[in-house]
Design a protein around this ligand. Structure first.
Ligand code: MBD
Ligand code: FE
Length: 284
């Protein structure tokens, strides 16, 4: 679908199309495991329905709403906002990471962003350069602090208006998206822009859902990152900014205290921050 306006339907449809095109999801779930999950899931549905005496009117509202979410392409948005953090937690606990904390991927990752050298400026437009510059530097290491040269740091984030390239109209394809390759010692030094507090698309059924419980659609300003090196566990995470008014009430529940940056203002008006990433060994 052509992206002509920045609506929940346009970004939702783009996210749904991308998900369908770029991945063929597979899980090795056994029928026994599936049956156990099914049983617990429907027990929870039953308990909630009886506890709250769900009415037929309410049942039909839910059915109608789910149809709208699907037709608007908003399942990736709704699921990543309201559920992905639980899956992230389940996997974090089970695998026992000791490296840098992860966080949710969200609906707007695109793989194969153009490669950039360890010292680089993110692809951006002149208007993006008018926003406050952010110098993001650090080192990718193993958990003992040894630098990992040639690691990749994929970075993607919204522009100063809160729009992601490929999910909003009239933005160059790879704007504010890149795959940074660390130098021989694992270092990177990236110039990007200070992202703004962010509202998830809320003019469609995800927004109606939020209104239904008097919620709000805000996320704290954030950078999305994915750090990879062969032989090590990939980290998908997000970084936030100290003092942001939505650190404690992120609509997507994806903030962790270890992931909050404290950038230092520089004489030239830019911000600078150092944040290192430690990768666990791939277990097998
Ligand atoms: C985003 O930018 C995001 O990070 C999440 C989790 C959901 C919607 C939009
Ligand atoms: Fe995001």
């Amino acid at each position: 679908m052509a992206l002509e306006t920045a609506t929940a339907q346009a970004s939702g449809t783009a996210a749904t199309d991308k998900f369908k095109k770029e991945r063929a999801p597979q899980a090795d779930t056994s029928p026994e495991r599936a049956a156990a999950i099914y049983k617990d899931l429907f027990k929870a549905f039953e308990d909630i329905t009886l506890k709250h005496q769900i009415t037929y009117d309410e049942y039909e509202v839910v059915k109608w709403w789910m149809i709208q979410v699907g037709e608007n392409g908003e399942w990736p948005l709704w699921l990543d906002v309201f559920y992905e953090h639980v899956v992230e937690k389940a996997n974090y606990d089970r695998k026992g990471y000791t490296g840098t904390q992860g966080s949710i991927e969200g609906p707007y990752y695109v793989d194969n962003a153009p490669k950039l050298p360890a010292e680089c400026e993110m692809p951006m437009r002149d208007k993006d350069r008018e926003a406050q510059a952010l110098y993001f530097t650090g080192q990718v290491t193993d958990i003992d602090g040894n630098g990992l040269g040639g690691a990749t740091v994929e970075l993607w984030h919204a522009d100063e208006e809160g729009y992601y390239s490929q999910f909003a109209p009239n933005i160059p394809e790879w704007n504010l998206r890149g795959t940074i390759v660390t130098d021989d010692e694992g270092n990177y030094n990236i110039k990007t822009l200070q992202p703004a507090p962010y509202r998830i698309p809320h003019d469609g059924p995800t927004g109606w859902f939020i209104d239904s419980y008097n919620g709000h659609p805000w996320r704290p300003a954030h950078l999305h990152l994915r750090i990879k090196h062969p032989g090590y566990r990939t980290i998908t995470t997000q970084l936030y900014f100290v003092g942001d008014g939505h650190l404690d009430d992120d609509v997507a529940s994806a903030v962790k205290p270890e992931l909050v940056l404290d950038p230092q203002p520089q004489d030239d008006g830019s911000n600078k921050v150092v944040y290192p990433f430690a990768l666990d060994k791939e277990e097998n």
